[in-house]
Design a protein around this ligand. Sequence first.
Ligand code: SF4
Length: 153
Amino acid sequence: MSAEFEPSSEITGGAWYVEGSLDTEFINVLKEQCWRKIYGVKVATLEGIADAIKRSNVCQIELTKQQVEEIVKALVLDNEVMEVKSTGTGEFASIPVGKVCYKCIGKRGYGGEPKLGALPSIPCGVCPQISRCTPDGIISPNTCAYYQKWLDF
Ligand code: SF4
């Protein structure tokens, strides 16, 4: 089904929305693909993840680097992935010093519910959609799963 996905326009909320509804199935497919890529290489740069997604043919559209970043940031919010900076040594040997990259947290694959404690701080602080999030908008705290989970935390 994800292969038939076509992004909606900015008016309908951007690539992650279809007819005004968040396309959670497509997003979860991409989240799993990103998680597997990161897990497979231990440490991945955003460019590496984006390239792997492109080569996987998981969707017909070509995702922008920003869109892949949004997926990876969602994994960070889910506490499945952590953001780190390359030290240029060891597992970071092929990555320039100081470059932001991503590592999986634990060995459990993506696919379950976010873990308890996944949102120790308000998710809006690292949310790539914050500039488009309004109380009455398509992207809204009223419909945001991350925000609602944070409220329940
Ligand atoms: S409430 Fe809005 S800004 Fe906060 S995490 Fe959700 S979408 Fe992002």
